[in-house]
Structure formats: C-alpha cells, structure tokens
Design a protein around this ligand. Structure first.
Ligand code: GUN
Length: 300
C-alpha cells in the first residue's frame, strides 16, 4: 500500500485565502480590521522564524499585526504590564505569547493573564476547561489544524480508535480532547507507556507529537491508518553537504507511508496548518468581540 499524502500546505493556503476574503468583507461592511499581537521574549532562533512567518501571513490576510519583541532580560512584571495593555486595547483582538519563555518567567502566570476572549492560542486555563467540558472556547492552533485535516480526509471520526503520542499542553492533551469531542476512543501514549508499539498499532488515527525524530516506524502502524505527524525535527543531513540539515517528523515517513492509508508529510503537513488556524482564531475572536456571527467552518 502507498499512503495518500495529506497536503497541509495546499489546505492551509486555501484556508488563508478564504480568511482573507472574510477579512476584506469585515472591513468593507463594518470598518473592522482584526488585530493580532504577537509577543516574543528573547532570541530563540526557532521562535524568531515562527514569529516572522506569523507576521507575514497575518498581513497577507489583511489583518493588523502588532509585534512586540522584548529582551531576554525582560521581567515577569514588565511582561504582565504589556499584556494588561494589550487586553485593554480595542484594536487587539488576539494575543499570542510565543513559548517557550525564558526560565525566570512563570509561563502559566503570563498565559493566564491574557484575556480569555483574546487568547488565540487557547492556552488560558479557562479555555482549556471550556474545551474539556464541551463549551465554546478558543481551540489551540496545532490540534485544530490536525482535526481539520482529519475531518477533510475521513469525514466522520465517530467510533475510530485514536492514539495520540505525546502529552504536552500545546498539542497532546488538547488533541485528545478534540478527538474525544468527535466521539473517538482515545488513548494518550507517552514516554512511560508500556508496549508503545502495541498501543500505536491499535490506532485508526495516529497523531504523533513527541518531538523525537523518526521515532515511530512503519511497524507501529496499523495497515490503512491515518497518520498525522506533528513533529518538526531538524537533523544533520551530511548527504546534502557539510553542515547541512533537513526536517523530519516524529514518524519515519518512508516506512510509514508503505503501511498507512494516509499520512502528513514533514515539512508541508501540519506545520502550515498551525498559522492558518491562528488566523482563523483571530477572525473568530474579532467576530465574537463585535457581536457578529462566528465565521463558519473555522472553529469546532
Ligand atoms: N511554541 C511552539 N508552538 C507554539 C504555539 O502554538 N503557540 C505559542 N504561543 N508558542 C508556541
């Protein structure tokens, strides 16, 4: 069997074009321009790349982008002051604080200082609780993107065996909640799971979000399963020349693609969906803030 490739790059491009159209109509009909504030503390190179991409795609969608780049030495109180200002600013509909934050800052305290209505990452404890109890919330961008790809490919997920590998607050846990919301039978596997190969082989839907390069081989995959690879790992690629690197997922793509029914590639799978969903959440937050109907098809 050769798996169908789930093209997140193309899907995300269609989503961004759709969002751009809706943003243009908001501006024409109501004079409303959605605004997204992104806060980056320190110099983490991967975070800088993400923030640059977020800024570019926010502007391309016709939204206002507010970037706040703060020194590594910024104190927690200074960051909390900035967030209080953004919470109070009517031009800001969405606030994203790029993680990880420097070690001297309490990330939970910072995230929970964001107005939940502007929490486009869906990390505030009230949005986490709302998602877990099936109430309207802001849904974390990466799991939302994974769910959109799954629904697009499979239609109904009801009754499917789903295994999520990884238990992070950013991906694993909210992904499991979303799959439960779709009436899947959900297992979360992690570093202490006994017999992980056996557990993964049960999955009709396998979501890998551990951050370990190519740790899941094809032998762990049930024939015909749908595999969503969230990992983006940079590994040395001497075959491409000295000092060169390449990106790989948490799944060993070549062996997995011979067994799975469908699989996301890395790069070009889940990655582009994350920013598209961030724009979707920003548009949703803007509509809610203005008492307008929510954009259809962009939320769960
Ligand atoms: N760092 C890695 N992924 C994310 C994300 O989705 N949101 C934020 N704020 N930081 C991240």
């Amino acid at each position: 069997m050769t798996a169908t490739i789930l093209d997140g790059k193309a899907f995300a491009a269609r989503m961004r074009a759709d969002i751009g159209g809706r943003v243009a109509r908001l501006r024409e009909e109501f004079g409303i321009i959605p605004g997204l504030a992104v806060v980056l503390v320190g110099e983490d190179p991967a975070s800088q790349v993400y923030v640059r991409n977020k800024h570019k795609q926010t502007v391309e969608a016709g939204m206002e982008s507010f970037e706040h780049r703060l020194a590594e030495t910024t104190t927690e109180d200074e960051l909390l002051d900035l967030i209080a200002g953004l919470n109070a600013d009517p031009a800001v509909n969405g606030i994203l604080v790029q993680l990880p934050l420097p070690a001297h800052i309490d990330s939970d305290r910072v995230i929970n200082a964001i107005d939940p209505a502007k929490d486009v990452d869906g990390f505030h404890i009230s949005n986490v609780g709302r998602l877990a109890t099936g109430q309207k919330s802001m849904v974390p961008c990466t799991p939302l993107g994974c769910l959109m790809l799954l629904r697009d490919h499979l239609g109904s997920l009801s009754g499917a065996e789903a295994v999520v590998v990884g238990r992070s607050n950013i991906v694993g846990k909210p992904m499991a909640q979303l799959l439960l919301g779709e009436s899947c039978t959900v297992t979360i596997a992690h570093s202490r799971t006994r017999e992980p190969a056996e557990v993964c082989r049960r999955a009709d839907i396998l979501v890998a979000a551990v951050g370990r390069p190519e740790m899941i081989p094809g032998t762990w995959i049930k024939p015909g399963a749908t595999v969503i690879d969230v990992g983006i790992n940079r590994i040395p690629a001497p075959e491409r020349g000295e000092g060169k690197h390449r990106l790989v997922g948490d799944v060993d793509f070549d062996s997995a693609a011979r067994v799975a029914g469908a699989i996301t590639p890395v790069p070009g799978g889940v990655g582009p969906m994350t920013i598209a969903c961030l724009l979707a959440n920003t548009l949703t937050a803007t509509c809610r803030a203005n008492g307008l109907p929510e954009p259809e098809g962009l939320t769960v």
